[in-house]
Design a binder for this molecule. Structure first.
Ligand code: HGY
Ligand code: MN
Ligand code: MN
Length: 436
């Protein structure tokens, strides 16, 4: 019989007990009510949310989150990229455990993409408070600035600037469709919260866990309520500028036109053909934003700009796509001009095995107590702020299903029970990390 009391075992048991108590103090209804409240900022009649980064609805949502966090005993700080941090103190001042996500949305987004992860972090804080748990490390919940990248490109500006502040100066010059500079919108956002102290960028973090909706069909089709995200696929964005000559729709003979739309459509058809013939499902291609000038029904378009978003789990597929894009644009013969510019590029992200094991334990306890299927390991098709945090500290993600795999759409939805289980798993993981 081992006379020596093995303190580490005792500690381990205490830590597990605290993680389980935190998990068991998550409240379904409290979570649902804040999801509904946050969704009112930029809320739409079709049930979706229009809350693009640093717009008025986003600034109002930020104020709501600051007030909510303070009501749960958190201190609030903000960094130079307007990333908001809500901090629950620990018994030490060791580097905190970070959770959270983004509060900005697509132009027509849902109420869960990003927002769920921020509110889940604040629900974990409430559960820790209710359980009377003191963690060794502080717990910080973050609301990252401009994850979507749709108003100002590139995406994940806040988290990338947090990890590498040298990114921020160039980001300031990014402009939106109305010519507003990100730097100017950023200053207004910082001025809007004079009561929130500024903090340095790139603060040390001991670990990070981001909870997010899957935004795809995998978990729902597998009838599994929780996903252990092993990594994030690679992504590249490009801007294609096609310049021809504007002209009269009625008088200009077809064979004398330098029609920018005809050229842009021709390029687009070649890109879709490349994806279908050369790459197949290994390459996901989206030509999401088109701007036509002068955009008049009876003027031959003088200029067309469109964007290209490509994703693949295999970065070589994107390397080959970029070579094909170069070749297609250079080989296109017409009297006008075609230029393309890379605006975003991320290699695949892989989360560390030890973090995956913890996330799997956390998810397994939550789903098994609900008599539901064990968690599924999967790669994220969408990118997330966690792809940058993975360069900063041990990072992992938890997914919950998306109904019909629908997201970036007003109809985005996840069953309340699944949202609840996701936060339970997050509470377990964050508490374990905060006591390590
Ligand atoms: O585009 C993305 O993958 C992310 O949802 N913003
Ligand atoms: Mn998101
Ligand atoms: Mn999104």
């Amino acid at each position: 019989m081992n006379k020596e009391l093995n303190v580490s075992n005792l500690e381990q048991r205490d830590q597990t007990a605290a993680s389980e108590r935190a998990q068991d103090h998550v409240q379904h209804d409290r979570l649902q009510s804040v999801i509904a409240e946050l969704a009112t900022f930029g809320g739409r009649s079709d049930g979706g949310v229009s809350r693009e980064t640093l717009t008025d609805p986003d600034l109002q949502a930020r104020r709501y989150l600051i007030d909510l966090a303070r009501s749960r005993g958190c201190s609030v700080t903000i960094d130079d990229c307007a990333n908001l941090f809500f901090r629950r103190p620990g018994t030490s001042d060791l580097p905190p455990v970070l959770t959270g996500s983004h509060a900005d949305t697509q132009p027509v987004g849902g109420k869960l993409d990003g927002a769920y992860g921020v509110l889940a972090g604040l629900e974990v804080i409430a559960a820790l408070n209710d359980a009377g748990i003191k963690t060794l490390r502080p717990v910080e919940v973050v609301a990252w600035t401009n994850e979507e990248g749709c108003r100002f490109g590139p995406g994940a500006m806040g988290s990338s600037a947090f990890v590498d502040p040298s990114c921020l100066p160039a980001y300031r010059n990014s402009v939106d469709a109305k010519g507003v500079r990100f730097g100017d919108a950023l200053e207004l956002a910082l001025e809007a919260v004079p009561d929130v102290p500024r903090r340095p960028m790139a603060e040390p973090m001991s670990a990070c866990v981001e909870l997010h909706i899957e935004q795809g069909p995998v978990l729902e089709r597998a009838l599994v309520p929780l996903g252990v995200v092993t990594g994030i696929q690679s992504v590249r964005w490009y801007r294609i500028q096609v310049t021809g000559t504007a002209g009269h729709a009625g008088t200009m003979p077809m064979d004398e036109r330098v029609d920018a739309m005809a050229a842009a459509v021709g390029l687009a058809q070649q890109l879709y053909a490349y994806q279908a013939v050369e790459a197949g499902e290994k390459l996901r291609l989206t030509l999401g934003r088109w701007q036509v000038s002068p955009n008049s029904i009876n003027t031959i378009p003088g200029a067309v700009e469109f964007t290209v978003d490509v994703r693949s789990v295999d970065e070589q597929v994107l390397v080959q796509f970029e070579a094909a894009l170069k070749q297609i644009t250079q080989a296109y013969s017409w009297a006008g001009k075609i230029e393309f510019e890379s605006i975003f590029s991320r290699p695949p992200t892989h989360f560390p095995a030890a973090m995956l094991a913890l996330i799997e334990r956390a998810c397994t306890r939550a789903s098994s107590r609900a008599s539901l299927a064990a968690p599924l390991r999967m790669t994220s098709g969408a990118f997330h702020d966690a792809m940058y945090l993975a360069e900063h500290c041990p990072t992992a993600m938890i997914f919950v299903p998306s109904k019909g795999g629908v997201s970036h759409n007003a109809a985005e939805e996840t069953a309340p029970q699944e949202l609840f289980l996701g936060v339970q798993a997050l509470a377990y993981a964050v508490t374990s990390l905060a006591n390590a």
